[in-house]
Structures are given as structure tokens and as C-alpha cells.
Write a protein of this length. Structure first.
Ligand code: ATP
Length: 233
């Protein structure tokens, strides 16, 4: 579904990604792990055309993304749940959700399906988004992304700053989406959490791919986990 081939991505003169390749299949969950500054967010920004790779190629459903604008990439069916959530603070929850609505070639989601998943949102529709808790904002960010009918969802640190119960709910949603055929890339500092939902894993280190393989292989090998992830465990 998504294929990244040998990308180099820069911020000005500073190179953040070196020859990074990875792929995500239909309905597959890929955990993208690594320490602070390893380049995880930059991979997502590269896919979305927010920080374009200088070299290499990214394609989605066989179509190259290199000449597409970010809104065209979104319309192709790639959704984003950013780490800072990017909720419009002075708009109501209902309006924030409505901002995400669009059609793609993938399964459309109705508002009632979103509120079936996040029942708390039903009672928050009229609330100004800036008054929400971190967990409620995360629900809005994921709900908004679903209303955009994604085939592939990019989650950037979905557990960051959330209470353990909410983190569990978010991971349940990732599993449920997988059941609906939605592929995902889950960027996480919390490696155990990401491994609990992932089919495959890519570990980044200093902007390069340090390891790629099945989540079950990494989960079953504590020594490899310690070597690759150290402090991220
Ligand atoms: P974190 O978990 O801390 O967000 P990360 O793995 O997502 O880490 P990135 O945010 O992708 O890492 O950063 C990769 C490298 O690019 C780091 O060295 C970082 O300092 C640098 N970088 C990130 N954003 C910018 C920017 N806007 N301008 C310059 N350098 C940046």
C-alpha cells in the first residue's frame, strides 16, 4: 500500500533521514520506533509532503507522491493524527470533527460510527475544544482523521501525555481499525505499547533504519529489544 524507497530528508542543511526504506501492506500496522530525535516524525512528514525528501521515492497504491501537495496526499487516503493533535481551540468539538470530513476511495465513516467508538464525544459536541482534556482532544483528533475516510492512518505518539486507561482505549481503536482494513503507522516512544498492536516494526536510529522485521520476532527477543530500544522500553 505504501512504499518508501531510500529517502533522504533534510531540514535546511541538516539531514534527518538517511536512505530510509519501509513498506506498509493493506490493513497492516507498522510500529515505527526509536529514541528521541531518531527521525520518526520526519518519516511521517515526508509521507505527507510536509518535509519533502531530497532523494528517494514514496508511493501510495502504486502512485508516486513526490509531486503531490499535502491536501492531494490526504485525498488519496492518508490520514494523520499529529502528536500535538492540532485541534482548533476556539471551535466546538462538532466543528473540529466536521473539518475532517472528506471522501476518498476508502470506507467512509459517519459521525455516529465515530461516537460509537468514542462515546464521550457524544456529550462534548458543543464544547469549545480548548476546554477538553488531553484524552478528549486525542479522541477528536482520531475521530477527525476517521471522518476523512483514510486507507492508511499515521499516528504520531498516540499515547503521549495520556492516562493509562485512555492509552488502552486508543490502542483498542488501532486494533479495531485494522479489523476494518485500515493500515496504520504508529510512531511510539513506548515500544511495548506499539509492539502490542503492530504486525511489523521498523526501528530508526540517527535517521537510519537500524532494524526491520516482524513484531513477534522483536517481542520474543528481550536481548534484541534492549539493544535496539534501550531507553524506549
Ligand atoms: P521525537 O520523538 O523527539 O519527536 P523523532 O524520532 O520523531 O523524535 P524527528 O522529530 O523526526 O525525531 O527529528 C529527527 C531529527 O531532525 C532530529 O535531529 C531533530 O532535531 C531534527 N529536526 C526535527 N524537526 C526539525 C526542524 N523543524 N528543523 C530542524 N531540525 C529538525
Amino acid at each position: 500500500m505504501l512504499e518508501i524507497r531510500a529517502i533522504d530528508t533534510f531540514y535546511g542543511e541538516t539531514q534527518a533521514l538517511f536512505d530510509v526504506s519501509l513498506s506498509v501492506g493493506e490493513g497492516e500496522v507498522l510500529a515505527l520506533l526509536g529514541a528521541n530525535g531518531a527521525g520518526k516524525t520526519t518519516v511521517l512528514r515526508s509521507i505527507l509532503g510536509l518535509t519533502r525528501p531530497k532523494r528517494g521515492e514514496i508511493s501510495f497504491q502504486g502512485q508516486p507522491l513526490s509531486r503531490k501537495q499535502t491536501h492531494e496526499i490526504a485525498r488519496a487516503g492518508i490520514g494523520w493524527v499529529p502528536d500535538d493533535r492540532r485541534i482548533c481551540p476556539t471551535l466546538s468539538v462538532a466543528k473540529n470533527l466536521a473539518l475532517g470530513i472528506k471522501r476518498t476511495r476508502y470506507r467512509p465513516w459517519s459521525l455516529s460510527e465515530v461516537t460509537d467508538i468514542f462515546s464521550a464525544l457524544k456529550y462534548l459536541m458543543a464544547r469549545e475544544a480548548e476546554t477538553l482534556s488531553g484524552g478528549e482532544m486525542q479522541m477528536v483528533a482520531i475521530g477527525r482523521a476517521l471522518l476523512g475516510s483514510p486507507g492508511l492512518l499515521l499516528f504520531d505518539e498516540p499515547s503521549q501525555g495520556l492516562a493509562p486507561k485512555i492509552v488502552d482505549d486508543v490502542m483498542t481503536v488501532v486494533r479495531r481499525l485494522k479489523g476494518e482494513g485500515i493500515a496504520a503507522i504508529v510512531v511510539e516512544q513506548n515500544a511495548e505499547l506499539a509492539l502490542s498492536v503492530a504486525d511489523r516494526v521498523v526501528v530508526l536510529s540517527h535517521g537510519t533504519v537500524a532494524w526491520a522485521g516482524d513484531a513477534s520476532v522483536l517481542s520474543a527477543d528481550p536481548a534484541l529489544k534492549r539493544t535496539l530500544l534501550g531507553g524506549a522500553l
